[in-house]
Each structure stands twice: as structure tokens, then as C-alpha cells.
Design a protein around this ligand. Structure first.
Ligand SMILES: [Zn+2]
Length: 294
């Protein structure tokens, strides 16, 4: 599993950070569950402490451990025994997995990055992408339940993207704070105006709101963190994935042609694919287009 030349200390350091990534991901996932429930209801995310949404009894810390508590209590409240939604487990496990994948992208001590992931050029990109992914998960699950994406995620994401890009220009492969900031503004502008155009055209064709403005702002945030190339990639991949799911749902008669399907989760999925494998997928695609033998 480890390169031959690694000593025991190097192996332990690598395992330590791997474990930290998973644990930290599960903890952040647990906090995201609180945010997903409370932000659309305009409740504070810090106070009061976690409580059962059914009997409203506060949940003590030892029954509120990410992943473990849900499994040990078999997804039920310790007091009223009412089942919790499976979303709690799903969000914790998903956040842990996605945080782990980001960590695996960093070639510590020159390790070969697994799963065909794109190697990260700076260790600082690990926490930055963790923040970004937390925002995507929050936006996705709120969008699933309420068909809105909170401004805290989208507008907050755009501002955070600009600031982080100035502090860490390597996010855009740029040199210097000003260049990083410019790349970020260009990315968010591309996302905002491209989807805004789509929203206007959609309204004109379908004579109704085809796309929420939250999606426009979300793509702005994706651009602010990942740059304009990721914006184009996200539009292509998300419309592709969205139409497959949409057509299947209509074919299965789960939804009518007129019903609105949240688009935010597809944008989030596309942005994730970009971080993990994006540039590699582009290379592969361009190779397909190239005539054989050249
Ligand atoms: Zn309860």
C-alpha cells in the first residue's frame, strides 16, 4: 500500500491524517445536518443544542456522536424511540467520504495519488476544498427538501471564494493575490451570467420560472472557488445528469412534465467531479475527438 522507501514514521503520519480526514468529515457532516434542518427554518445553528425534532428533548453529547450514535441507536431517538430520517446518516457518511477523497488527492511524501484523482499542488487546498464541499452538501440537501438554496451558501460562497483565492492563488494556478482574485471574480462572473442567460431564455420559452435564481448564485460560487473552466464543465455535466434523471422520473411517471426538479444538486455533483477528476475527463474527451494516429 505504501511506497517501499517510506519508513514507519511516514506511514503513521499518513494513516493519522487519513483517519483525521474521515473523523473530521463525519463531525462536519453532523453539523451540516443541524444547518440543513435549521437554516431554512431561520433558527440559530449554534443555540439551542441538538434536540430531537419529534419530542424536542435535548440530545446529550454522548448520544450525538457522528455515525456511531445513529448506528448504535438504530436511527431512533433515545427517549421517544421515533425514527430519525436516514438523511442524518447519509449526510455524515457522505461528508466523511468526500473529505477523505480530498485528502487522498494530496501527494504527501510523493505518494502516488489513488483512484485516478487529480493531485493537489498545495496542502492548503485540502481545507479549502473541505469548506467548499461542506457548502455544496448544505445547499444540495436544503434544495432537495425546500427547492431553495440559502444565500448563506451561494452569496457567502462567492465572497468566501474571492477572499480565499486572493490568499491562496494556487486555487486557480495563479501567482500573486491580485491574479488569484481576478481569476475568482472571472469564474463567478462566468457562472452567474451564463446561467442567468439560461434562466431568462427558459422563462421566455416556457413562460414560467424554469430555473431558480439560487442556481444562478450557486454556479457563481462554484466559479469563485474553481474558476471559469469548472463553470463550463458544471453546466455541461449537470444538464446531462439532470436530463437523464428528469426523463427517467417522467418515464416512471413519478413526476409530470411541469413539475420542478431541483437543479442545484446536479451543479454540486458536477463541481465535485471537477475537483476530483475534471481536467482528466477533459483530456480523455479531447483524445476521443482527435482522429486516430495523430
Ligand atoms: Zn425524541
Amino acid at each position: 500500500m505504501f511506497p517501499q522507501h517510506w519508513d514507519v514514521a511516514q506511514q503513521q503520519i499518513y494513516l493519522f491524517f487519513t483517519l483525521i480526514s474521515v473523523t473530521w468529515g463525519a463531525c462536519i457532516g453532523s453539523f451540516l445536518n443541524v444547518c440543513i434542518y435549521r437554516i431554512p427554518r431561520e433558527l440559530s445553528v449554534v443555540a439551542p443544542r441538538s434536540f430531537c425534532p419529534i419530542c424536542e428533548k435535548p440530545i446529550p453529547w454522548y448520544l450525538n456522536m457522528p455515525l456511531l450514535s445513529y448506528i448504535l441507536l438504530r436511527g431512533r431517538c433515545h427517549y421517544c424511540r421515533q425514527p430519525f430520517t436516514a438523511r442524518y446518516l447519509l449526510v455524515e457518511a457522505l461528508t466523511a467520504l468526500l473529505f477523505l477523497l480530498i485528502w487522498l488527492q494530496y501527494p504527501l511524501f510523493g505518494i502516488q495519488v489513488p483512484l485516478g484523482l487529480i493531485p493537489l499542488s498545495s496542502p492548503w487546498l485540502v481545507p479549502v476544498y473541505w469548506v467548499f464541499i461542506a457548502g455544496l452538501i448544505l445547499g444540495t440537501f436544503v434544495d432537495f427538501e425546500h427547492l431553495i438554496i440559502p444565500d448563506r451558501v451561494t452569496l457567502g460562497g462567492i465572497i468566501a471564494g474571492w477572499i480565499l483565492s486572493a490568499l491562496l492563488p494556487v486555487m486557480h494556478g495563479a501567482e500573486g493575490a491580485w491574479a488569484g482574485f481576478q481569476a475568482s471574480v472571472l469564474g463567478s462572473g462566468t457562472g452567474w451570467f451564463m446561467l442567468w442567460g439560461v434562466a431568462i431564455i427558459g422563462r421566455w420559452i416556457f413562460k414560467k420560472e424554469a430555473m431558480g435564481f439560487g442556481d444562478v448564485k450557486l454556479l457563481g460560487a462554484i466559479g469563485a472557488f474553481l474558476g471559469w473552466q469548472a463553470v463550463i464543465f458544471s453546466i455541461v455535466i449537470s444538464s446531462f445528469a439532470g436530463s437523464i434523471v428528469g426523463i427517467s422520473l417522467i418515464a416512471l411517471r413519478k413526476r409530470g412534465l411541469q413539475s420542478r426538479i431541483p437543479y442545484g444538486p446536479y451543479l454540486a455533483l458536477a463541481a465535485l467531479i471537477w475537483i476530483y477528476w475534471g481536467p482528466r475527463i477533459i483530456d480523455w474527451y479531447l483524445n476521443l475527438l482527435r482522429p486516430a494516429g495523430i
